[in-house]
Design a protein. Sequence first.
Length: 58
Amino acid sequence: MVDEYCMFIKQIHKKLGIDLSKYKENQMKRRITTLRAKRGFSDFKSYYDSLMNDKNAS
């Protein structure tokens, strides 16, 4: 099974061109997990879907 976080960073890189894998994994994972939780998401898939559907995001 592919790690949910790894899939998230691959999708972000493919969609936005931002390569989050260049950062320390533990630190980046912790930061994104914290942001995700603050916004009320329990998993990376739903958080990614919300980010992609956000009309205010550029």
